[in-house]
Design a protein around this ligand. Structure first.
Ligand code: CP
Ligand code: NVA
Length: 313
């Protein structure tokens, strides 16, 4: 069974993720091996800015023999010009797939409910599945396995953190999350992940102590303290997260050869220092590169058998 949409990592089983990783590795070895999406068009519906997600999906689609087009905030007007369900129904008549970057997760769900073509979440307020899947692919590539690997996420319990929690729980990774009070990851999601982790052999720890999370970790991961759309909270967040910076002191708490990861864009000097970003620990650009290979796997999986449903004439 292949999923119809990808809105969250938990839409996939561990087995499907494994297949996706093998597919991604194949595309990474030979980027132009085949053109399975010849004649297919992908729409990028973006309400927020993007470098990696937009470029990696557009390049990926071209490599696979298809095309893509960007539909930005001007056309979308943040849902004010027309409702998401009408946009989804209309675009389903032209396109073969949609990548949506929305403010509200409910909107990406609405697009998926109304579209007759696959919808991929390219980041919402709740989840960033393409990022987390690429990240675990990167960890496996570097360390050679995932089960039992210790990952620490230090910072905001945001969209990137939520998706990382889902992916680690499904794949048996030991994840520790350190977030300040009031900025913890979604409570229901944590409950789900703890149950899931006990089945997969993983572990999930939520703490307020960055050192406790980092101690002995093979990977230290962070993301911005102020996500897109939260700019007016920036000074409050800078105060709340002061103790949660990934610097060389915190890297030392982790294992000797520990890796540093960040989904990017980074706010250097806030959640991470220049010294860590530019150090031998940092694999942030490999992570960014792997978005391309992993998403080619997602595109082939979701789009190659999808058929546009037109009017019933
Ligand atoms: N990591 C990520 O999704 O980057 P962009 O916001 O630039 O797409
Ligand atoms: N948490 C960040 C991730 C950007 C890729 C944001 O939502 O802005």
């Amino acid at each position: 069974m292949r999923p119809r949409h990808l809105l969250a990592v938990r839409d996939l089983t561990a087995e499907q993720i494994g297949r996706l990783f093998r597919e991604a590795a194949r595309w990474k070895r030979k980027p132009l091996q085949d053109r399975p999406l010849e004649g297919k068009m992908l729409g990028l519906l973006f309400q927020k800015p993007s470098v990696r997600t937009r470029v990696s999906f557009e390049v990926g689609m071209t490599h696979l023999g298809g095309g893509s087009l960007y539909i930005g905030p001007l056309e979308l007007q943040n849902g004010k010009r027309e409702e998401a369900k009408d946009v989804a129904r209309v675009l389903s008549r032209y396109l073969d797939g949609i990548v949506a970057r929305t403010f509200s997760h409910r909107e990406v769900e609405e697009l998926a409910r109304s579209a007759s073509i696959p919808v991929i979440n390219g980041l919402s307020d709740r989840a960033h599945p393409c990022q987390a899947l690429s990240d675990l692919f990167t960890i496996e590539e570097r360390i050679g396995r995932l089960k039992g690997v210790r990952v620490a996420y230090v910072g905001d319990g945001n969209n990137v953190c939520n998706s990382l929690i889902e992916a680690c729980a499904l794949l048996g990774v030991h994840l520790s999350v350190a977030a300040p009070a009031g900025y913890e990851p979604d409570r229901d999601l944590v409950r789900w992940a703890k149950r899931q982790a006990s089945a997969s052999g993983g572990r999930l720890l939520i703490t307020r102590d960055p050192k406790e999370a980092a101690r002995g970790a093979a990977v230290l991961y962070t993301d911005v303290w102020t996500s897109m759309g939260q700019e007016q909270e920036r000074s409050r967040r800078r105060r709340a997260f002061r103790r949660f910076q990934v610097n060389m002191g915190l890297m030392k708490e982790a294992g000797k050869g520990a890796l540093f990861m960040h989904c990017l864009p980074a706010h250097r000097g806030e959640e991470v220092t220049d010294e860590v970003m530019d150090s031998r620990h940092s694999i942030v650009y490999d992570q960014a590169e792997n978005r391309l290979h992993l998403q080619k796997g997602i595109l082939v999986t979701l789009l190659s058998s999808s058929r546009k449903r037109g009017s019933k004439k």
